[in-house]
Design a protein around this ligand. Structure first.
Ligand SMILES: [Zn+2]
Length: 288
């Protein structure tokens, strides 16, 4: 099996580190980039300010790190939209998306809504997949996208754009965490977002994907299948531990990302084991 080609290589996307701090993506959406760039967060966390122009209101999606410079940039974006924050939505519980949710919710007097009750907090709201939220003069659909984490949600806007959190990243591929994540659920979630026919994917990290979102989702599905075939091939070659599999399959990836690769590998092995294709015993892995 050949490595599937990433359709974005021919797109005109900003180079890593070259994303603007604040960008108006469409009338409904302004994006504010948090100053927390890293190997795992790419350019940094994207915070989205969403609302109908003229409504005087906006929703924050993924406030990100509780950082004063980031807060100032988000408040500036709210002011530019002549909007006050009426709710804080969170795609999943990871700190790079959720840390500022409760403190900023308090600051703005706005409820926090998320699938994870701990993220939503005592005065917040626990979201269910399939809900439709009427907020800030617009409708926001809640789309269940478990896989990266168990609580992961995406948010579909009236424009057809989908805010996908870490389900899909603007560059490269995402991680299925282990033991919380779930590869089977992740694949179903990719198909679910694909079936929405999104006009754009606004990712938790990296640039917006507008040219052909469906092709990126197809690539993500093909990439997962390719990783499975690589793991099975590495086992045939004699790799017998999770570490050996990671060293084999992720040889071309910087070592700093191997811990994340090991999580995705364990998550994929759990799927292959459930299907009877491998036997996993702690760190040891073999073909049946
Ligand atoms: Zn993230």
């Amino acid at each position: 099996m050949r490595a599937p080609a990433d359709p974005r290589v021919t797109w005109d996307l900003p180079a890593p580190g070259a994303m603007p701090r604040t960008a108006d993506l469409e009338p409904l959406v302004t994006r504010v980039l948090a100053p927390n760039a890293s190997g795992m967060t790419l350019d940094g966390t994207n915070t989205y300010v969403v609302g109908a122009p003229g409504s005087g209101q906006a929703v924050l999606v993924d406030p990100g790190p509780d950082d004063p410079a980031h807060l100032a940039a988000v408040e500036e974006a709210l002011t530019a939209r002549e909007a006050r924050c009426v709710a804080v939505l969170v795609t999943h519980h990871h700190g790079d998306h959720a840390e500022a949710a409760l403190p900023w919710g308090d600051r703005f007097g706005a409820p926090v809504a998320a699938a994870d009750a701990a993220v939503a907090g005592p005065r917040g709201r626990v979201l269910e997949p399939g809900e439709r939220l009427a907020l800030a003069g617009t409708a926001i659909g809640v789309v269940g996208t478990p896989g990266h984490t168990a609580d992961h949600l995406a948010f579909r806007l009236e424009s057809g754009a989908v805010l996908v959190g870490d389900h899909v990243l603007g560059r490269g591929t995402s991680v299925v965490t282990h033991p919380e994540g779930d590869v089977v659920a992740y694949l179903e979630s990719l198909r679910r977002v694909h079936d929405l026919g999104p006009s754009a994917l606004y990712c938790g990290h990296g640039p917006e994907l507008t040219e052909d979102p469906g092709a990126v989702l197809d690539f993500y599905l093909a990439h997962r299948a390719f990783r499975e075939s690589q793991l099975l091939a590495a086992l045939v070659r004699g790799a017998g531990t999770v570490d050996a599999l990671v060293a084999d399959v992720y040889a071309e990836v910087p070592r700093a990302l191997w811990p994340a690769a090991a999580q995705s590998t364990r998550a994929t092995l759990a799927k292959l084991a459930a299907e009877g294709h491998v036997v996993v015993d702690g760190d040891r892995v073999r073909l049946p």
